[in-house]
Design a protein around this ligand. Sequence first.
Ligand code: 0PR
Length: 352
Amino acid sequence: MQAEPQAFDRVLSSMCTEPHPVARDAAERFLATNPGDPGTYPTVTALEDEAIAMLGEIAGLDDPTGYVASGGTEANLQAVRIARERADTTTPNVVMPESAHFSFQKAADVLGVDLRIVPTDADHRVDLEAVRTCVDAETALVVGVAGTTEYGRVDPIPELGRVAREVDAMLHVDAAWGGFVLPFTDHEWNFSHAPVDTMAIDPHKMGQAAVPAGGLLVRSADLLDELAVDTPYLESTAQATLTGTRSGAGVASAVAAMAELWPTGYRTQYVRSQNNAEWLADALEKRGYEVVEPTLPLVAADVPRSTFDALRDRGWRISRTGTGELRIVCMPHVSREMLASFVADLDRLEVR
Ligand code: 0PR
């Protein structure tokens, strides 16, 4: 069996990255373990507690509760589920920006909640006024994104918290991608900045852990209880996770990566990625493309479809936003040399 060809050397579209060597080792050692069965696999269960403690520290949450999920999709779905259980209505709605990840669409489908999508402003952040007019007594959850999938934008989380509280709704922050870079910025995005109830924060994205390692954090343990079902024949009595059998490899690699990199290694990586994004934005601007300035390490630019296709034909793994802009995510495996070689290819195409 062959590995994915060329590994990561032309991948500019992914929100996952090469796992850190310590994360890869840890994943291998725990391949056959299942944190879904704490009675049988106590070691990986203890590691999961460590993972949640570290994620809590990163996200400004004292006394953190949560679990290592399969990814952002599961964490987002579970957050919607908690809010639905808490809501004082049989017809709950969820209010979120159009920039929110499509996993909320899945969550709404599965959970039977009404999704109310509000527009973003000229800078691709949620339009607060639109949120204010959209929420009502049946709003169970307001969603803010801290690091959007398409433009890397951070919604005004404290303001969203105020709007949510006014209608007795919960606030969920999707920091699945942004959570491991935001601590090194001035953005107000976490539990210490706002009345955040739940958060998605994924070690398998900017956290450099192996897939699958997502994170669901909740402000207090009673919120996780909303998800718990009885587990009669296991030694443990209840399970709050969505999946039953889970990846011990994901848990162990998340702990290994965070123990190795938090905070210094992640800070260094953030600075490198952000500098790369700014360098690329600058290079594209100089060539006359319209660029969405990178507030986090993600660059979008208005490159014609034909150029985009030609770059893909040359082997570049690139993707487009919903409105057709080229989108490049400066993940840890994306080096300056890689970006320079990408821009050189772009120049070669443009002279023809
Ligand atoms: N929330 C945000 C803000 C995300 O960007 C993503 C995924 C999710 C939630 C869902 O996370 P999981 O995919 O872990 O469930 N964003 C990328 C996307 O869907 C994920 C991705 C990863 C895409 C690797 C490509 C790729 O090669 O576009």
